[in-house]
Each structure stands twice: as structure tokens, then as C-alpha cells.
Design a protein around this ligand. Structure first.
Ligand code: A3P
Ligand code: MG
Length: 254
């Protein structure tokens, strides 16, 4: 019998260890660009699947890098993992904005545990209410008090500027859904908005952590983010400080 604290601890331990593996691959494999990304995706996935099979043999897994085992739809507990989020940034060999995501979904409760590691920064965030001190590292330190809206560097939503304007802020591009969500947790940004495409594994662990830290997390129409669905496409999200929610959702709705 495991408790939720055990699951949160395991999520953190696995995200941290997979991140350490990815750092070693980046430093020692001699691979570059797409070959480096492919190696990282595959080995981090193998590591997470092996460890989950050993630690939680009765649970199912939904992973970006594995075939979808549809028996998860009848399961009580499903781990939703993205072994390497921000592959594009990881494979540069130098960028820090990539992450490992490990989340647990439970029947009747939704997301109950989650962890996001930022291996290049040597930190992991878990779905506890423990406060996080404001920290720099993913983005340049703030030079103005303006709120920051983080968006995809490669696929920014069309409403990015409108959201920034609505909160009197500025837009900041960053890779990786996990890194952007953790930028809000870390106080480096104030909102993360996305639209146009994403999958459950891109947001499950980040949303689990952000919700536990008291941040607003929803679809862009304000409806709940639902996980372990038959269709794993979950194309948009908003994560923000709660006092910004009405302005952010209102700007997107316009
Ligand atoms: N339009 C889109 N369609 C599908 N996936 C998308 C997407 N935009 C972003 N994503 C996914 O969301 C994650 C963060 O993207 P971004 O850095 O652009 O914000 C990436 O995950 P992976 O790196 O795990 O593939 C990326 O593939
Ligand atoms: Mg991803």
C-alpha cells in the first residue's frame, strides 16, 4: 500500500534520476543534434519504464515515447511521463530550458502526484505546497516590474501579445512546457499560455506541480485540463498567478 506522499517522492526521484541520465548522455555520448535528441528520448524513456515497472508493477504508463497501451483507460492508476520535454532545446547541447516530467493520474481524483526536473539547473519541483523561493536561471533577471508571459519559442500562440497587454506585461520566449511552467513556479514569469497543439504528457506533471503551488491551471477557455483520456491531444493551457486569471482568460477570449 502506497500513500500519496510516497508517489510524490517517487515522481521526484524518477524525474531527478532521468535528468541526471540525460545530462550524462549530453556530456559523454559524442552525439549531436537529432541523434542526441533521439538517444535522450529513448534512454530516458527506458529508464522511467523500467523503474516504474519495478516500483509500481500494478500501475499503467502513458509515455510520449511508447506505444499507447489502451488498458490504461480502465486502470485506477496511470503514470503520465514525458521523458524529455524540450527535445529541441536539449539537442543543442547548451540550452537549459528542457525538463523531465513524471505525473500520476488516479481514477476519481485526476492528477495526484507530479514532478518536473530541470536537469541543466540541477533542480526538481514536486507537487507539494512547499513554497519556492524566487530564483533566476531560466530567463534573464528581471529589469522591470512588468509581469512576464512565457510562450513557446517555436510555436507561440497568436494571442501572446494580447495577453501581455492585458496584464501590462511582456512576452518571453522559452523552450519546453515543463521549463515554462516551472518559470512561473520559480517567479521568473507570471503566466504561461499555449495553444495550437500539445499532448497530455507535455502538461500533466507541470500542471500537477503548479496546481500544488497554488497557481491557476486550465484550458484557454477556463475549463479543466483532463488527463488519461482516450484522445491524448490536449492542445492548449493557461498557467498563471491567480490574480492574473481573469485578465489572461479575458484577453484570450477576445
Ligand atoms: N503545435 C504543437 N503540436 C504538438 N506539440 C506541440 C506543439 N507545440 C508545442 N508542442 C510540444 O510541447 C512541448 C513544448 O513545446 P515548446 O517548447 O514549443 O513550448 C514540446 O514537447 P517535446 O519536446 O516533448 O516534444 C512540443 O513538442
Ligand atoms: Mg513534451
Amino acid at each position: 500500500m502506497t500513500g500519496v506522499d510516497d508517489d510524490i517522492w517517487l515522481a521526484g526521484e524518477l524525474a531527478t534520476a532521468a535528468g541526471a541520465l540525460l545530462m550524462r548522455i549530453r556530456a559523454d555520448s559524442g552525439l549531436n543534434d537529432h541523434a542526441l535528441g533521439d538517444e535522450g528520448d529513448a534512454r530516458s524513456n527506458d529508464f522511467l519504464l523500467d523503474r516504474l515497472a519495478a516500483e509500481r508493477p500494478d500501475d499503467k504508463v502513458l509515455s510520449e515515447e511508447s506505444a499507447d497501451d489502451r488498458s490504461r483507460l480502465d486502470a485506477d492508476r496511470v503514470w503520465i511521463v514525458d521523458p524529455l520535454d524540450g527535445t529541441r532545446e536539449f539537442r543543442t547541447g547548451v540550452r537549459d530550458d528542457w525538463a523531465v516530467h513524471v505525473a500520476l493520474w488516479e481514477q476519481g481524483s485526476g492528477l495526484t502526484a507530479g514532478a518536473v526536473s530541470l536537469p541543466a539547473l540541477g533542480v526538481t519541483y514536486t507537487s507539494t505546497a512547499d513554497p519556492v523561493e524566487a530564483t533566476a536561471g531560466l530567463a534573464e533577471p528581471r529589469t522591470s516590474p512588468k509581469p512576464r508571459v512565457v510562450v513557446s519559442g517555436s510555436r507561440p500562440p497568436e494571442f501572446s501579445a494580447a495577453v501581455a497587454e492585458a496584464i501590462g506585461g511582456e512576452v518571453l520566449a522559452m523552450g519546453s512546457a515543463g521549463a515554462k511552467a516551472m518559470a512561473v513556479v520559480r517567479g521568473e514569469a507570471d503566466a504561461y499560455v499555449h495553444a495550437g497543439g500539445q499532448y497530455e504528457w507535455d502538461s500533466a506533471a507541470p500542471v500537477s506541480v503548479c496546481a500544488a503551488k497554488g497557481l491557476w491551471c486550465s484550458r484557454i477557455d477556463g475549463s479543466p485540463l483532463l488527463y488519461n483520456q482516450a484522445q491524448v491531444y490536449l492542445p492548449d493551457l493557461v498557467i498563471c498567478r491567480r490574480e492574473l486569471t481573469d485578465a489572461v482568460l479575458g484577453a484570450i477570449a477576445c
